[in-house]
Ligand binder design. Structure first.
Ligand code: ADP
Ligand code: MG
Length: 300
């Protein structure tokens, strides 16, 4: 069997099924970051993401933006757990023919994101490779009471999303601000039952929450914030790399959240968590109830 026959998600499932964890790892494969025992009132968060030339960026994308993205995607995953990042390792693969200036600019972008979000760059690895590859592993921490998993959505929760979705391929995927301060505010002031960042597309990523939580959901087209840059509604729902936060919160807390939300970042309530038997439905503007075709971005 080839990877393309298995698909990305089943490949990860296959890997996960063969991994045995010690008690130190409280949450392994299956969330935005791994959760490890750390100290009395805090957990350690550990995540990594890889960007590959030709797949996530091209040389013409601009090295600075690629560098900034490579750290920002990891920060977004730490944010989605309710945590704060603090230390990164950067591994770089590059062809020997590459201009040193490209690497300088790449690191300028990495350093800019590191400075903005208070991340120490503590090491990494460098290898010769045909294509440019950047992998960053990022450590973060979270107060135990602030930890948010994908698996905690409860029936009756309202579903929210920050910002807007769609059109990321027009450049937003390279030049976005991870929603770290928004996530910190949410996790610190509310009992957020579940959260994920939108990397695979709203439908796929909300789908990950529903699967991990064993729940269904209704979402409403009229309430979904689609970016002006999006081609159309359908592509906005599944294009991915929006790096917005999708989270769920008990309905009786929603009005308070909307009232005290202190950021310019838009916040939209887009639906409700249902029990599993209700399934996952998109209510179109004309009232039609559709089973969404969950076709997020998958590598194979
Ligand atoms: P995200 O989009 O939030 O970065 P991914 O879809 O990349 O998450 O990964 C989903 C989960 O699978 C994460 O817990 C991640 O650590 C895990 N994972 C992905 N690839 C691998 C792999 N090759 N080996 C082990 N775990 C993996
Ligand atoms: Mg994620």
């Amino acid at each position: 069997m080839k990877l393309k026959d298995l698909g990305e998600f089943d490949l990860i499932k296959r890997i996960a099924g063969r991994v045995r964890l010690s008690g130190r790892v409280l949450k392994g494969i299956g969330d935005d970051a791994a959760v490890l025992e750390y100290k009395k009132d805090g957990y350690l968060l550990f995540t990594s993401d890889m960007l590959v030339e030709g797949r996530h960026f091209h040389k013409s994308s601009g090295a600075y933006l690629v560098g900034k993205k490579s750290l920002s995607v990891n920060i977004s995953d730490i944010a989605a757990m309710g945590g704060t990042p603090f230390c990164a390792l950067i591994s770089l693969g590059a062809p020997s023919s590459l201009d040193v200036g490209f690497v300088d600019d790449l690191y300028k972008g990495i350093r800019a994101a590191a400075k903005k979000f208070n991340v120490d760059l503590a090491g990494g690895d460098t290898v010769n490779s045909e294509k440019i590859v950047i992998n960053i592993a990022l450590l973060g921490e979270v107060k135990k009471s602030n930890l948010v998993l994908r698996s905690g959505a409860k029936e009756g929760d309202d579903i929210f999303i920050t910002g807007s979705i769609g059109g990321s391929s027009k450049g937003g995927h390279l030049d976005f601000i991870p929603r770290l301060k928004e996530a910190g505010f949410l996790a610190g002031n509310f009992k957020i039952n579940s959260m994920i960042d939108v990397s695979d597309g709203l439908l796929a990523d909300l789908g990950h929450i529903l699967k991990a939580s064993g729940k269904g959901a209704f979402i409403y087209e009229k309430d979904i914030p689609v970016s002006k840059k999006a081609e159309d509604f359908k592509s906005a729902m599944s294009e991915g790399e929006d790096f917005e936060l999708v989270f769920t919160l008990a309905k009786n807390k929603s009005a308070e959240l909307m009232k005290i939300w202190p950021f310019k970042t838009r916040l939209s309530k887009i639906g409700e968590i249902q029990k599993k038997g209700q399934g996952f439905f998109l209510i179109r503007k004309d009232g039609r109830k559709e089973k969404p075709e969950v076709k997020g971005y998958a590598h194979f």
